[in-house]
Design a protein around this ligand. Structure first.
Ligand code: NAP
Length: 259
């Protein structure tokens, strides 16, 4: 399918690895020029070079912490005019409800709620003025169904989801489309780190922790960054213009709901 976005320019945050990289790659495949970001310069340069070589698109790299004011300013200054924004950052650490203090919540809100909001605030006016834009926020399945050990994520992402629900409807008349993409478990470094926590807590091997989790998923496997990226690219495409303020769940059926 021609996504109709060849020659557009996208910022994909936190994209040297994992789900962000999957999104960057699928957009590059659709002919979109990229601004890519991560804190570690080496992995970022490697991924950027691979996408340039494979897809012949222009790729600008900005090694910076997207959750800091200075990092965001650096990314936005290098980015220039953007048609597409994919927000993403590392997820908060696991724990239990009684573990977290105010500062832990502030850090989680900063990374997973206030950072995407700040990026939208900076970029929506230009998109609205030009009459076309796409925003995809990578959130989590925890928005639909809380994950007990990820209370910080449950809280921060719910806040972002509420903000998007209202804002998406305010900018839609100007041709700007905002939606959220909700990963269930996907095979990335984040999944390895979560499974390591389970293996340590239960005294089982990492493989057994993964097998145990896979058994709870109707698709009986983890998702891949590639399939996640393709869904993201569709949500950034010309075909997604009537999809406003939705929360698209990619979880292999793990969340057991009818709607
Ligand atoms: P990941 O494999 O840990 O990848 C993280 C990527 O983000 C790396 O490129 C990393 O590079 C970059 N990054 C992390 N923090 C950053 C920051 N502050 N500024 C800029 N770049 C940053 O994570 P993932 O699995 O792709 O997950 C992406 C998001 O989806 C996370 O918020 C995660 O919580 C959420 N999620 C993931 C899953 C899953 O199963 N994978 C499920 C639900 C939700 P550097 O470290 O070099 O910065």
């Amino acid at each position: 399918m021609d996504l109709g976005i060849k020659g557009k320019r996208a910022l994909v945050c936190a994209s040297s690895k994992g789900l962000g990289r999957g999104c960057a790659e699928a957009l590059a495949e659709a002919g979109v020029d990229l601004v890519m970001n991560a804190r570690g310069a080496e992995a970022l340069a490697e991924t950027a070079a691979r996408l340039r070589d494979a897809h012949g698109v222009e790729v600008t790299e900005v090694a910076a912490d997207i959750t800091s004011d200075a990092g965001r300013a650096e990314v936005l200054a290098a980015a220039g005019t953007l048609d597409i924004l994919v927000t993403n950052a590392g997820g908060p650490p696991p724990g239990m409800w009684h573990d977290w203090e105010r500062d832990d919540f502030v850090a989680a809100l900063d990374a997973n709620m206030l950072t995407p909001i700040a990026l939208m605030k900076a970029l929506l006016p230009g998109m609205m003025e030009r009459g076309w834009g796409r925003v995809v926020n990578i959130t989590s399945q925890s928005v639909k169904s809380p994950i007990p050990v990820l209370g910080l994520s449950n809280a921060a992402r719910a806040g972002l989801t509420g903000y998007v629900a209202g804002t998406a409807r305010q900018v839609a008349p100007s041709g700007v489309v905002i939606n959220n993409l909700l990963p269930g478990i996907h095979a990335t470094d984040r999944a390895v780190s979560l499974d390591t926590g389970v293996s340590q807590a239960q005294g089982i091997s990492l493989d057994d922790a993964r097998t145990q989790r896979e058994a709870t998923i109707p698709a009986r496997r983890y998702g891949t960054a590639e399939e996640f990226g393709q869904t993201c690219a569709f949500m950034c495409s010309v075909h997604a213009g009537f999809m406003i303020g939705q929360n698209i769940l990619l979880d292999g059926g793990a969340v057991n709901t009818t709607m």
